[in-house]
Write a protein that binds this ligand. Structure first.
Ligand code: ZN
Length: 357
């Protein structure tokens, strides 16, 4: 089995909104979750035993904030209307990660390269206990009250920033098209001074191209699928993929049925098995075909990120099943080194470029 790096999981958000305890198994969480949680965000797919079983060694763990105008209405008490509120909710999530890593040695926050190497060392043969490394990724820049406050978040451990979810004060976002704002331009400047990673997922197309032109640091799309299979501004056009590849970026593919096959909807009762591992492989392969190599695709699962096991492809019940994607790539003719690149190596390359020594 190859190691896995997952470029997107909303761990703290789920702790905050649903009281999930990720030291427990996904199965235990399912048994505990009230019916309305399962009806809303879906059956849990994440948990420490499953991360360990699936060899998910490193997770880009989000500091995610939701504006009150979001169409998702089941977490109203956790949404914000002002930058100050967004700041508070974001900091609460930093605390959640700190507590997780502080209370359980099997989790470790990764803020510099030696942390990353230490986590990876625990996965080498003969090690008694493995560690899950958490790299903090801010999804939606609104908790950053002013562009120069990026430094404060960096000191708190944030190493990647996606300025948008819906539109933010920094740029247009999913469902809310628009450019990079003046504040957004300044945000990028401060991020670049700290050699942070820019996550372009959720950025509106106009803002995306402006940001790519301006940003000199590492650029990724942590959880974005090709628009070729599912239309809409949440996904990447071939031109956007090509642009990311040209900047040596990496794109994390999401094993979420409605991002893999056209017109899939849980609410309408569409079946889990309408998508399979082969659709995940198809999305990865499109990125690889455009790039001409396997150096720009990865996984950014977003598991438990507003969808659960009902909405993942057949064969993926929990995060432990991600290893089946490696099997699917093998069946599709990918070499071992290409598979390793997609499952972990490409994200590790980006992290090594960006993390301080
Ligand atoms: Zn997202």
């Amino acid at each position: 089995m190859t190691l896995i790096v997952d470029a997107h999981e909303d761990i703290a958000w789920n702790v905050m909104c649903y009281g999930r305890d990720y030291t427990q198994s996904a199965q235990a969480t399912r048994a505990r979750d009230p019916e309305e949680t399962v009806a809303g965000t879906g059956s849990a797919t994440l948990g420490l035993p499953e991360w360990l079983a699936g060899k998910v060694a490193v997770i880009f763990s989000t500091v995610f904030t939701m504006p009150a105008r979001s169409p998702i209405r089941d977490n109203l008490s956790q949404t914000y209307t002002t930058p100050e509120e967004a700041f508070t909710i974001g900091m609460r999530q930093i605390d959640i990660y700190r507590r997780l890593a502080g209370e359980d040695k099997r989790f470790r926050l990764i803020t510099e390269r030696p942390d990353l190497d230490a986590v990876l060392d625990t996965w080498k043969e003969g090690q008694a206990e493995q560690q899950i490394g958490l790299v903090l990724l801010m999804e939606n820049g609104d908790p950053i009250r002013k562009p120069q406050e990026v430094e404060r978040w960096y000191d708190e451990g944030v190493r990647l920033i996606g300025p948008a979810w819906m539109a933010s004060r920094y740029c247009g976002g999913t469902g809310e098209p628009g450019p990079l704002t003046d504040e957004g331009v300044r945000l990028l400047k401060h991020m670049q001074e700290l050699n942070m990673i820019l996550d372009t997922t959720h950025m509106a197309e106009q803002a995306f191209f402006q940001a790519i032109d301006r940003y000199g640091g590492s650029i990724i799309a942590s959880h974005s699928n090709p628009r070729a299979y599912v239309d809409g501004d949440r996904h990447l056009s071939d031109e956007m993929i090509r642009t990311l590849v040209r900047r040596d970026g990496v794109i994390g593919i999401v094993p979420f049925n409605s991002f893999l096959v056209k017109d899939w909807s849980r609410r309408r009762g569409d079946p889990k098995d309408a998508a399979t591992i082969s659709h995940v492989v198809r999305a990865i392969d499109r990125v690889c075909q455009i790039a001409g190599d396997a150096l720009h695709a990865g996984l950014g699962t977003d598991l438990d990120g507003g969808f659960g096991a009902e909405s993942t492809p057949a064969g993926i019940d929990t995060v432990a099943d991600l290893q089946k994607v490696a099997d699917g790539l093998r069946e599709a003719g990918y070499t071992s080194s290409d598979i390793e690149a997609v499952m972990s190596g490409n994200w590790l390359r980006v992290l090594r470029q960006s993390l301080p020594n």
